[in-house]
Write a protein of this length. Structure first.
Length: 340
């Protein structure tokens, strides 16, 4: 998660004020009783320098839980609306209750050409090329060209803020968000999202194997700038043991007496932390780099037609595990990837 520097907060706050005026104007124009819809705002896009993204994000979509400003075409926007609301429902149903007091503001850019000028202005020269979340301003900003995993990562930060009654430690925030980065999903004919989580990252896992002996777990979660690859490796360890959701729910139920969640870890795993750490490290290093790990190259949510095609091409090597609620590779296809 990219944290905005204080000197950039004012510029973004001014932009949000403009956005709120657009929002208010649109709601006044909507027929009485209408709670959601799309508004196309016609504005001059010349001279765009990132100071007012609404010069570029000329479409506003109001849904049950989001106020989205975007420059995506309507077909892609319809897809993203179903994805946004479907992911909200999944987190709220399967994970933690989202106590969101108002719709989340979303700036959804179609690519780097329009995203970068605003990101550089809002977050400074060290801006993220993917997106960022500002809890102080209750907004996420996303470069839609970088993949859906970025979107779920940033949305999960917001959902976690709404679900916890206290501010959890940074590593817990990143643990939850990195867990939601990799997924397999599709939309059905009615627009409902079907999605499964719990898949290994093709690039975070190799990183974790290389550096896992450089930190004790206490050092890892107590330092700033902790490697997210190791945090996600611990997440996957808990997930594979069937303990991750239980841990997050236990951490959310705790008070400030356990700000780093260590008590919650020991409670759900029923072992002291040093034993858990030893098991975790041994487990990570023993993971085979086979087709089970590299199940899919990247996360996706496919349309009905895309899903039918993908499943017809992959059902010979994959199966759905109803107990784990995710897709697995059949034993005969668990071969090490060919060297490049």
């Amino acid at each position: 998660m990219t944290i905005l520097r204080k000197r950039y907060i004012l510029a973004l706050a001014i932009t949000l004020l403009v956005a709120s005026l657009y929002h208010r104007s649109y709601k006044e124009q909507m027929p009485q009783g209408t709670e959601s819809g799309i508004k196309k705002v016609k504005v001059d896009t010349k001279g765009y320098d990132g100071s007012n993204p609404l010069k570029i994000l000329t479409t506003q979509l109001i849904t049950r839980h989001f106020n989205i400003h975007t420059n995506l075409d309507f077909e892609r926007l319809d897809y993203f609306e179903k994805f946004f609301e479907g992911f909200f429902d999944y987190y709220d149903r399967e994970f933690l209750k989202i106590k969101q007091p108002k719709p989340l503001e979303v700036f959804l850019f179609d690519g780097p050409k329009t995203y970068v000028p605003f990101a550089r202005r809002a977050a400074g020269p060290d801006y993220s090329p993917y997106g960022f979340y500002s809890p102080a301003l209750d907004i996420i900003v996303v470069n839609a060209d970088t993949g859906l995993g970025v979107l779920t990562h940033e949305l999960a930060h917001h959902f976690t803020d709404c679900a916890f009654d206290y501010d959890p430690a940074g590593w817990i925030h990143e643990a939850i968000s990195t867990y939601f980065e990799k997924f397999i999903g599709h939309l059905d004919e009615d627009g409902k999202l079907h999605i499964t989580f719990g898949y290994f990252s093709n690039w975070r896992l190799p990183q974790a194997k290389e550096i896992i002996h450089k930190f004790t777990f206490s050092e890892l979660i107590g330092r700033s700038g902790f490697p997210q690859s190791l945090i996600r490796a611990f997440v996957m360890f808990l997930h594979e043991k069937g303990k991750f959701t239980e841990f997050v729910q236990a951490a959310a139920a705790e008070s400030l007496d356990d700000p780093f969640g260590l008590g919650a870890i020991e409670k759900v795993y029923n072992k002291p932390l040093d034993e858990i750490e030893a098991e975790w490290k041994q487990w990570v290093l023993a993971l085979p780099m086979d087709d089970e790990i590299f199940l899919v190259n990247e996360e996706f949510v496919k349309t009905p037609a895309e899903w039918d095609k993908w499943w017809s091409q992959n059902q010979h090597r994959l199966y759905f595990d109803p107990e784990r609620q995710l897709y697995r590779v059949k034993d005969e296809y668990k071969n090490p990837p060919a060297p490049k």
